[in-house]
Design a binder for this molecule. Structure first.
Ligand code: PMP
Length: 397
């Protein structure tokens, strides 16, 4: 039977990583996969994580299963990190959270729940979006639609196009929004634009699904949650997919969460029962370690302060690199304006390079960038920025 199986194409982003690993060029540069790297090109384990792990190793008393929805303390911390402790959503007890294997797991549980409970409703995603979004929701059986997002002329947000498209969405359709640090463009709505999105969602009775994978990577933990809090108006329902892969550097521990905000406590409980049903038939219950680390850090004042400092360091480095890159580009005599890169948020930038230029960079200089022109800014360092600018100059001329 297996002789009939066709080889599937490699993943558009993770596949590139594999090609990078096999490239023998000692000066190769990897700006593809979305992993933070420090000044030395290393993806570090945070000190707060190491400390929490030490404590956990000593205190752990069982390896028995977690509940289907994961660790209760973790789930509560996730909600508080998003909403703060005083928010109406928490006071009204109308949000439920399930611990999931990474943000991807959260998206898939959301997808399965939506496909099952709201058959036929379409999901609208930004064009472009993280390529795994269409993979996940298609696999869950959800019809997809797109709304414009990137304005090529300004290298900014096509807000008019986005709103015009979303106004066409029928009542009950699902609107996928990036909570902050949009992947791949690095372009986020302004607070005023979030307000307009909130108005539209409310007026048209759409269901917002926020992918919140980069809290703390844009302007700060609270600042990055501003859009989410704008959407979460009294009575408004929504889904939020969290990931701690980036802001805790816990990529391979698979730490995420899905939070469902319902109109009231009773419907939140019903939604939770459906989410558990989805999880039970999928992976049964989540792994404990990564979530225990996050829970430990968030519950301890000292460790929490350490985390916020380490997170601020990652954020500041990325913003510093954005400036360095823009300065070096203009100093290298490239006359194209790249200053927009400094305005973008989070780990990614849309460089404006096309597929042909991306291919040329890879083939001639071993510089790896995703086909859309998306650059992982955190992959740039003092050590490789000159070579990168040289490559960009070459492919632009
Ligand atoms: N959403 C977005 C927009 C992402 O960029 C990522 C990670 N690349 C995720 C979700 C999922 O993260 P993970 O499953 O690694 O937690």
């Amino acid at each position: 039977m297996f002789q009939q199986v066709q080889t599937a194409p490699p993943d558009s982003i993770l596949g590139l990583n594999e090609a990078f690993r096999n490239d023998p060029n000692p000066e190769k540069i990897n700006l593809s996969v979305g992993v933070y790297k420090d000044e030395k090109g290393v993806t570090p384990v945070l000190k707060c994580v190491k400390e929490a792990e030490k404590r956990l190793l000593e205190s752990e008393s069982t390896k028995s299963y977690l509940p289907i929805d994961g660790r209760a303390g973790y789930n509560e911390s996730v909600r508080e990190l998003m909403f703060g402790t005083e928010h109406e959503v928490l006071a009204a007890n109308r949000a439920v959270t399930v611990q999931t294997p990474g943000g991807t797991g959260a998206l898939r549980v959301a997808g399965d729940f939506l496909a099952d409970s709201f058959k036929g409703r379409a999901l609208w995603h930004s064009q472009p979006t993280w390529p795994n979004h269409p993979n996940i929701f298609t696999a869950a059986g959800i019809p997809l639609k797109t709304y414009p997002y990137f304005d090529k002329a300004t290298n900014g947000l096509d807000f008019t196009g986005m709103m015009e498209a979303l106004r066409q969405a029928p009542k009950g359709d699902i609107i996928l929004l990036h909570g902050c640090c949009h992947n791949p463009t690095g372009i986020d709505p302004t607070p005023e634009q979030w307000k307009e999105i909130g108005d539209l969602v409310q007026e048209k009775e759409l269901l917002p699904l926020l992918d919140f994978a980069y809290q703390g990577f844009g302007d700060g933990l609270k600042e990055d949650a501003a859009g989410l809090r704008e959407i979460a108006r009294p009575g408004q329902e929504m889904l939020i997919c969290s990931s701690f892969s980036k802001n805790f550097g816990l990529y391979n521990e698979r730490v995420g969460a899905l939070t469902a905000v319902a109109a009231d406590e009773a419907s939140a409980a019903a939604v939770l029962s459906q989410l558990k049903k989805v999880i039970r038939s999928n992976y049964s219950n989540p792994p404990t370690h990564g979530a225990a680390v996050v829970e430990t850090v968030l519950a301890d004042t000292g460790l929490n302060a350490m985390w916020e400092e380490e997170l601020a360091h990652m954020r500041d480095r990325i913003n510093g690199i954005r400036k360095l890159f823009v300065d070096k580009i203009s100093a290298s005599g490239i006359d194209q304006d790249f200053s927009f890169i400094q305005k973008q948020k989070g780990m990614f930038s849309f460089s404006g390079l096309n597929q042909m230029q991306v291919d040329q960079l890879r083939n001639e200089m071993s510089i790896y960038i995703v086909g859309s022109g998306r650059i992982n800014v955190a992959g740039i360092s003092e050590a490789n920025v000159d070579r990168l600018c040289e490559g960009i100059k070459k492919v632009l001329s």
